[in-house]
Design a protein around this ligand. Structure first.
Ligand code: ZN
Length: 123
């Protein structure tokens, strides 16, 4: 453990960044939802392939639909954007790109955290 002392500040920094990103992601998600009139859920989904290292994928836009009294996810399509006239498309695209960058960064930070924790746990 002694030899790995230098990793502790690193671990702290990563934990703080993860918390910060989670907060920003929540804020961005709320801002995005407020821009569209129907509830859109940005879901990260598993592809079901064995040992896929990029899972979960996305986020992809879904909405919920009631079919025979049951709620079902309905995929809105990869390049989905709110209908013209409701939101300025470029504003929406920018915010969505920012949201995706935050999510990607969070995945990276979580991977690094797992790595540091593994090193610390091994010794
Ligand atoms: Zn996958």
């Amino acid at each position: 453990m002694q030899r790995y002392h230098h990793l502790l500040p690193h671990l702290q920094t990563l934990l703080e960044e993860a918390r910060f990103l989670e907060k920003r992601i929540r804020e961005e998600r709320e801002a995005l939802s407020a821009m569209v009139p129907l509830p859109v859920y940005w879901r990260r989904v598993k592809c079901g392939k064995d040992k896929c290292r990029r899972c979960p994928h996305g986020p992809y836009p879904y909405t919920k639909e009631k079919v025979d009294g049951k709620w079902q996810w309905k995929y809105l399509g990869k390049g989905w954007q709110p209908p013209e006239g409701l939101t300025k498309p470029e504003v929406f695209r920018k915010r969505l790109a920012r949201y995706r960058r935050l999510l990607e960064r969070l995945v990276e930070v979580r991977e690094k955290l797992a790595e540091v924790e593994r090193v610390l746990g091994d010794h």
